[in-house]
Structure formats: C-alpha cells, structure tokens
Design a protein. Structure first.
Length: 146
C-alpha cells in the first residue's frame, strides 16, 4: 500500500472478488392469463421497461415453461382462468421445485376469500384490475433485484 492508496488491502481484495464474480443471471417474468389482450399488454409494458418475459394462456403451458431451463424469476398470474384458476396454479408451483418463486396474482373479479387464500400461498401481492402499472413495475423490479 502506498501513501496514495485510498483502499486498504482487505478492501482491495473484496473489490477484486466482486469484480470477478459472475454477473447475476437475467431473470424473466412469466405472465399467465387466458385473456390474450391482457397477456400482450402486460408483455409489452414489461418489454418497454427492459424486463424479459414469457407468456402462457393456461396452467399447463405455465407449468411446462416453469419446468424448462428458462431463467424465470417471477410468476405473474391472473386469478380467473379455465380450466384451472390462478390459485390452483400457485398451489402446483408451491408443491414443485420452484416453490420459492415470487408470485403476483391479478384479478378483476376477486372476493375476500380469494385474497386470503392467495396470501396463505405466500404471494408477493394481490393486485386488482385494472392494474396500477406503476405499482406492478415497482413490485417486479424489487423481486427481480432490478
């Protein structure tokens, strides 16, 4: 260490480790909604904010994507879908290898019982439609560490 160094040897070593650490893998958002227009609008919103996403129209597609090697870091799902609703999908996720995946649920038609059940399934938030896009983006960025 010279008289002009502002970092100690320990600080220099810690900085070197951080600089050499691999970059955090990019994480995507999986949007699940049986309404094609809603899926496309959400995907476009996220894309405009440089957030990568995948879309699925039902539980079966969503589970296939979650089983893939895709770097999905958050699930954004509608509540009311056919043949299985968003709560059914969340239960399946919670029983899988992706049990700790952050999940945000959305609904235009939800009751108190739905919200309580969603919270028991450890969702990040339960948003009512029409979605407050500023709140949604803030939640997503927080969960993905953006």
């Amino acid at each position: 260490m010279t008289d002009h160094d502002i970092l100690s040897a320990a600080e220099r070593e810690a900085l070197s480790e951080v600089m050499q650490a691999p970059a955090q893998a990019e994480q995507w958002v999986l949007i699940v909604d049986d309404d094609q227009s809603a899926r496309e609008l959400l995907a476009e919103l996220l894309s405009l904010h440089e957030i990568e996403c995948l879309t699925a129209s039902n539980e079966k597609q969503a589970l296939m994507l979650l089983d893939s090697e895709r770097p999905i870091g958050l699930l954004l799902t509608d509540l009311r879908m056919e043949p299985h609703d968003g709560l059914h999908l969340i239960r399946k996720v919670r029983e899988s290898d992706r049990a700790l995946l952050p999940i945000i649920i959305m609904s235009g038609d939800a009751g108190v019982r739905d919200a309580i059940e969603a919270m028991h399934l450890n969702v990040v938030d339960f948003l009512l439609k029409p979605i407050d896009t500023h709140k949604l983006l803030k939640l997503i960025k927080r969960e993905l560490n953006l």
